[in-house]
Design a protein around this ligand. Structure first.
Ligand code: PLP
Length: 375
């Protein structure tokens, strides 16, 4: 059997890793400035993370969401502490798309509507049809029956106002910082505008923090730079540092009822152990602060690179706009300088999402390499 060939593959196979470094079969050292699409939050192979997962593996293989699992409660508690959303609720899933699906379903169960407002260049996941193909009325919400998606430009204050004021919008879904779209941040004024409109019309505000959450931008969630509180927050990627886990944080105004949401694997012991280890390391090693500090340093150093046209983002979620397609530069960074970087739907932007424990020294190495490949 062969693998279904849907991913263009790089000519490097990482086989070992440590912190912000990965090594291929020949032992060549690579600097990881991409973290597998923002997945590596606390660094590769962190000893505490490895220990927690290994320990959990040795304990219990059985998992069912119809028995109490105390590590889920431990995770919820720690997540409340670190995110500041102490009295919210947590529903665990396996991926970012699944988190967003459940966020929209919950919104629809709440207000009975089925229109979803999103934004140009948004990326929220790849699922759509499983519910439609399922014959089980108890899991079908209005949003599953012919959802209408309306899309606006970020910062289109008047457009979204006219649309939301119609009063039939189920939810507004917006990324804390657009990632795949090319690192674009909604302004605080725009988020406040959305918050006010949602409040006036009983529309649910969903913040997709799948990529921008878990300390990535130098706050626990990107929207926390702006002091706007959403109703539901979706998370995944950095949550498990490579282990597949996702979830939604749910405002207490949403009432839980048995059978409302569900998943087979969501909340399994190993996923919880991974997510808990991530939070513990983030707390003990002050990684959110490091993301802010080293991120600011990276931005200030990038400002000195003549060819860089624009720098977008915050913390360790950074877009470097070069004004011309970056594919060739990225390829030189990887094969000549041994540095992983990322791309986006904007061909002219290099996307940086390094582990949150990256050091200034590693930033210096990246900047030097970038200058050399740009010459
Ligand atoms: N939301 C955002 C903002 C993302 O960047 C992604 C993936 O890139 C997703 C959702 C989907 O996550 P997953 O690939 O885990 O389903």
């Amino acid at each position: 059997m062969k693998l279904f060939d849907v991913y263009p593959l790089l000519d490097v196979e990482p086989v070992e890793a440590d912190g912000c470094l990965v090594f291929d079969r020949q032992g060549t050292r690579y600097l990881d400035f991409y973290g597998g699409h923002a997945v590596i939050s606390i660094g590769h192979g962190h000893p505490h993370y490895v220990e927690r997962i290994t320990d959990q593996l040795g304990k219990l293989a059985f998992y069912s969401n119809s028995v109490p699992i105390s590590i889920q409660k431990d995770l919820a508690h720690k997540l409340g502490e670190l995110s500041g959303y102490y009295n919210w609720n947590l529903f665990l899933v396996n991926s970012g798309a699944e988190a967003n699906e459940n966020a929209m379903k919950l919104a629809s169960a709440y207000n009975g509507r089925k229109k979803v407002l999103t934004f140009n260049k948004a990326f929220h996941g790849r699922t759509s049809l499983a519910v439609a193909a399922t014959d089980n009325p108890s899991i079908v919400f209005p949003v599953n029956e012919g959802a209408e998606i309306v899309r606006f430009a970020l910062e289109d204050f008047d457009g979204v106002e006219a649309e939301i004021k119609k009063g039939d919008m189920c939810c507004v879904m917006i990324e804390g910082m657009q990632g795949v779209g090319g690192i674009i941040e909604p302004t605080e004024a725009f988020l406040k505008h959305l918050r006010r409109l949602c409040d006036e019309t009983d529309t649910v505000l969903i913040l997709d923090e799948v990529q921008s959450g878990f300390g990535r931008t130098g706050r626990f969630f990107a929207h926390q730079h702006s002091f706007v509180q959403p109703d539901i927050i979706s998370m995944a990627k950095g949550m498990g540092n490579g282990f597949p886990v996702g979830g939604i944080l749910i405002h207490p105004k949403f009432e839980a009822k048995h059978g409302l949401l569900g998943t087979t694997f969501g909340g399994n012991h190993l996923a919880c152990a991974a997510a808990l280890a991530v939070l513990e390391v983030m707390e003990n090693e002050k990684l959110i602060k490091n993301a802010r500090k080293v991120g600011n340093y990276l931005i200030s150093e990038l400002k000195e690179v003549t060819e860089v046209k624009e720098i977008r983002g915050k913390g360790l979620m950074i877009g470097i706009e070069l004004g011309f397609p970056v594919a060739d530069i990225r390829s030189k960074l990887l094969y000549d300088k041994h540095i992983f970087t990322g791309s986006s739907s904007n061909k002219n932007t290099i996307r940086l999402l390094p582990p949150l424990n990256i050091t200034k020294k590693e930033v210096d190495e990246f900047i030097q390499a970038l200058k050399e490949v740009l010459q």
